[in-house]
Unconditional design. Structure first.
Length: 286
């Protein structure tokens, strides 16, 4: 019996679901579980510096309407114990250990940004474990990244109420309005919020992402090892991990679909959350 069989309310939301814990291999993983107790679980792999409460409830709750959804903190992140690795391969091993602890033998993955790199590693190395994967705002090994420059630019906007506003959204009025709505949603949970990450998490995560993109893979060996169906998505004006990455991944993978969102940055899935969820559900259900 898996953890999901213990019973899950279909009305559970990311803002209200209790934070649960599972222990193994010296790590206590924090996670939240939404949706029905049956079906292929959709496991969310988070972006650089993010935790469970950095996910957009508009995305997570809608995806959990008809499938189990698991949001978790990988080792060392948020409320999970352990040490945050400085490489994607170790992050993938920690994520697989978490899935093993929950008793999952077949899952779908949604990897966002750094989480998309981790999702690629898992899908390439653990084929039978992964049924389908969604890769959003991410890069292949050897891809293009501008992490430090974009972070510096975002934090220079001292007038912004949150660095994610300039970091995830374009400067257009429509995108900024969508960004403010996103911030309202992610801050809706008031009790039992996840723990924000410090430099002990962000420094190794930055090294992992930069190293991943700095590691040449001219033959696209990692991408070609992924046989599972994949949906690759990106914002048209993603300055951190440009849309050219998504185009390259789509071209190199054997069974990929591509979706590009207009007037959007790194947070395209939050800005266009209705369209993204519709496409993600159609892809997962096909």
């Amino acid at each position: 019996m898996t953890d999901l069989d213990a019973g899950t309310s279909r009305r559970e939301t990311l803002e209200a679901a209790p934070t649960r814990y599972v222990d193994g291999d010296g790590v206590r993983f924090a996670y939240r579980r939404l949706g029905p107790s049956t079906g292929t679980p959709l496991v969310l792999l988070q972006h650089f510096s993010g935790n469970i409460d950095a996910w957009d409830p508009a995305v997570v709750n809608a995806l959990a309407v008809d499938r189990p959804v698991i949001a978790f903190d990988n080792a060392g992140v948020g409320r999970s114990t352990g040490k945050t690795p400085d490489n994607v391969a170790a992050m993938a091993r920690d994520a697989v250990a978490f899935l093993d602890l929950l008793g999952f033998s077949n899952v779908d993955l949604l990897g966002y940004s750094l989480g998309g790199c981790v999702a690629q590693q898992i899908a390439a190395e653990h084929g039978p474990l992964v049924r389908k994967l969604i890769l959003v705002g991410t890069a292949p090994r050897g891809g293009e990244e501008h992490l430090l420059a974009v972070l510096k630019e975002a934090f220079s906007h001292t007038e912004a109420p949150d660095p994610r506003l300039p970091l995830f959204f374009t400067q257009s009025a429509a995108s900024q309005a969508a960004g403010r709505a996103f911030l309202n949603r992610v801050n809706a949970r008031k009790e039992d919020r996840d723990v924000n990450n410090g430099s002990d998490v962000t420094d190794p995560q930055a090294k992992a992402l930069i190293t991943w993109c700095a590691t040449p893979d001219p033959e696209h060996a990692m991408l070609r090892a992924i046989a599972q169906p994949a949906l690759v998505a990106s914002g048209s004006h993603d300055t951190m991990l440009p849309a050219a990455n998504a185009l390259g991944m789509f071209g190199a993978m054997s069974n990929a679909y591509l979706s590009l969102y207009p007037d959007s940055g790194h947070g395209a899935l939050f800005q266009h959350h209705g369209l993204f969820v519709s496409q993600a559900r159609a892809f997962l259900d096909a």
